[in-house]
Design a protein around this ligand. Structure first.
Ligand SMILES: C[S@@+](CC[C@H](N)C(=O)[O-])C[C@H]1O[C@@H](n2cnc3c(N)ncnc32)[C@H](O)[C@@H]1O
Length: 315
């Protein structure tokens, strides 16, 4: 089996996520092909890994790759926010999010994440999830389409593109990636067609985010993961664009009582990594550690009791 995804910023992730005791648990919330998980399992012989992914197809690849680790690896096919919302297991030590999608999705899934091949316009990560990308481009009204393309793609020609989509679908519904990419190409000004990125890139990103409800899942997942962490445990989050990075930054800031932010500025990949793996160029890594005590506004410190509840010394 071939693995096509390069585990982004893995040296930095391994540097920050170090198990403090034997038998620690890492939850890899975005297992993908299992690249990061494998590095952890190889490095720490007594670490247990739970690998989450909402996409059953890519998770099968990871399960095959990691089958040799026996009971130390356990896979769950679930959205990470749903997992953490209902989590009532033992506290965990390390949590990793590597947001977005994998190279697998672009090159192997056949689900229309890329316009390089002509594929059905689907973009669902979980096959039983609701609307697919074709449903959206064929049924949303023009204003909603423009808002999504602008809001989730930061595409300056969002209104022109939405208008071209609506004109086109009056005669025929839009079914494939190539059809949509051609509509976008023809909708934008000539000098916008030959820039560094293809003019359809941002619209495709926006549709993927809308189809999978990607941004709305970040905060509840961080909240659940933070609550499940042992004191001294760490959460690391890799993001690939500012729309993903912002909620992570704000979550860490808002939870200053419970979390100590270890990366005052996000860490970026080395020049060597960017050269070896160009898609990592836009990555940012933020890491926070669960405090041993909860900080209060008056600077007092409430210690965690052994059962995870808080001993309130202000009472
Ligand atoms: C960037 S890839 C992870 C790659 C992985 N770290 C590796 O080294 O192979 C992100 C993965 O997260 C999954 N994913 C995205 N959103 C998710 C969510 N809300 N819940 C669970 N998995 C999700 C995608 O299906 C994809 O496989």
């Amino acid at each position: 089996m071939q693995f096509v995804h390069y585990p982004v910023m893995h040296n930095e992730v391994l540097e920050y996520l170090v198990p403090r005791k034997a038998g620690s648990t890492l939850v890899d919330c975005t297992l993908g092909e299992g690249g990061h998980s494998k590095l952890f399992l190889d490095r720490y012989g007594d670490l247990n890994v739970i690998g989450l992914d909402r996409d059953a197809a890519i998770q099968e690849k990871a399960k095959a790759r990691l089958s040799g680790y026996g009971d130390r690896f356990h896979a769950v096919n679930v959205c990470f926010d749903d997992f953490w919302r209902s989590y009532d297991g033992p506290k965990v030590d390390l949590v990793l999010f590597d947001l977005g999608i994998s190279v697998f999705h672009y090159v192997e899934s056949g689900r229309g994440f890329s316009f390089k091949n002509d594929e059905p316009l689907d973009m669902r990560l979980g096959c039983n999830d609701g609307l697919c990308a074709a449903d959206i481009v064929n049924t949303y009204d023009e204003e909603s389409l423009a808002d999504i393309i602008y809001g989730y793609g930061e595409e300056r020609y969002s209104r022109r593109i939405a208008s071209a989509i609506c004109d086109y679908r009056e005669s025929k519904s839009i079914e494939t990636t190539k059809e949509l990419a051609d509509i976008i190409w023809n909708a934008v000004p000539g000098d916008y067609r030959h820039r560094r990125i293809h003019p359809a890139t941002k619209t495709f990103q926006a549709l993927r985010i809308e189809v999978n409800g990607e941004l709305d899942r970040i905060e509840p997942a961080l909240e659940g993961a933070m609550n499940a962490l042992n004191p001294g445990g760490r959460i690391a989050v890799i993001t690939f664009h500012s729309l993903e990075d912002r909620p992570v930054k704000w979550f860490f800031k808002a939870h200053w009582k419970e979390l100590d932010v270890l990366t005052k500025k996000p860490i970026e990949p080395s020049a060597q990594e960017c050269e070896e793996n160009p898609p990592s160029r836009s990555a940012k890594l933020r890491v926070a550690e669960k405090r041993n005590e909860i900080k209060t506004q008056r600077g007092k410190i409430n210690k965690y009791k052994a059962n995870g509840s808080v001993a309130n010394d202000e009472a």
